[in-house]
Design a protein around this ligand. Structure first.
Ligand SMILES: [Ca+2]
Ligand SMILES: [Ca+2]
Length: 312
């Protein structure tokens, strides 16, 4: 449970330009969790496309980066690389015609990691000094089967992740659902700048916020969370849809690819050992995409309550 609370504070504090002091004080990080709030690591990993809460701060896979391979600008620049952007793992160089091109970054040119919290674990079970080292290495394997299969699995050094037992798996959605609800309510409460939630989202969250039966944020037992889900089921419908919408961005098509899911998955895996199994089993038709219907069902939303219009 603490994991979700921590992730919650991290996400909320990332959303607010100046995190309120109490948020920072409440976030008691232990060793594994510090990584989520490690600015240096984050700078390396984040693909700042949309800073929205719920979309976790970490982007972790190379295949579908939405960054343009090349950006042509009208700006007259002496250095052709000045306005030429390359995706993670690549750097710009000029060819013999003084034209910019993206080439694989030499991992040795990556900034030295300042702590183990910058490390990332690949799905080859190898710890990379930083995401820069990881993506640079992956780039050098481009076009090979090994390179194609290599993904950033999670944030932090590789470690033993115990198998997720059936009973543990069944508890996972209870905690996560509660967490999603709390994230939204907190965003609603702190939305002073009026830019955390859209008007449509606010209308939905307001109902949850104002509901006196709402279970307050805290470290609740699974029994209590179970009871609350039965009693206050309606409160959970929107948060589950909302998180799907936060992740389904590239492209917005009603399906979550591995890459789209990564921002939520990668920071969670080292702390919640059921993460991988949970999302794998969410994909009930095993097409490697999680459809809205699969996602909602995973979180216990009844079929008749799954509504793509709630993905706002
Ligand atoms: Ca998608
Ligand atoms: Ca699927």
């Amino acid at each position: 449970m603490r994991v979700f609370l921590l992730l919650f504070f991290v996400l909320v504090s990332k959303t607010l330009a100046v995190p309120p002091i109490d948020v920072q004080e409440e976030a008691v990080f232990d060793t594994d969790q510090v990584v989520l709030d490690e600015p240096a690591a984050e700078e390396e990993v984040v693909v700042v496309e949309e800073q929205t809460v719920g979309a976790n701060p970490v982007q972790v896979e190379t295949d579908d980066f939405e960054e343009p391979e090349e950006t042509v600008e009208e700006v007259v620049a002496e250095n052709p690389c000045l306005n030429h952007y390359c995706k993670h793992g690549k750097v710009c160089e000029v060819d013999e015609n003084n034209m910019p091109m993206c080439v694989c970054q030499d991992p040795s040119t990556c900034p030295t990691a300042t702590g183990e919290f910058e490390h990332v674990c690949g799905n080859d079970n190898k710890t990379y000094d930083s995401s820069c080292h990881f993506f640079a290495t992956k780039c050098t394997l481009e076009g090979t089967k090994k390179g194609h299969k290599l993904h950033l699995d999670y944030i932090g050094p590789c470690k033993y992740i115990p198998p997720c037992m059936d009973n543990e798996l069944s508890e996972f959605p209870f905690r996560m659902r509660d967490w999603l609800k709390n994230v939204l309510v907190t965003m609603f409460e702190r939305d002073e700048e009026n830019n955390l939630l859209t008007e449509k989202q606010k209308l939905r969250v307001k109902k949850i916020f104002e509901n006196e039966k709402r279970l307050s944020a805290g470290d609740h037992s699974i029994d209590l969370l179970t009871l609350d889900f039965v009693k206050n089921y309606n409160m959970y419908i929107f948060p589950v849809h909302w998180q799907f919408g936060q992740l389904d961005q590239h492209p917005v098509d009603g399906y979550l690819s591995h890459t789209e899911l990564a921002p939520l998955r990668a920071p969670l895996i080292p702390m919640e050992h059921c993460t991988t199994r949970f999302f794998t089993e969410c994909d009930t038709d095993s097409d490697r995409y999680i459809a809205l219907e699969e996602w909602a069902a995973c979180f216990g939303i009844k079929e008749q309550d799954i509504d793509k219009n709630l993905v706002i």
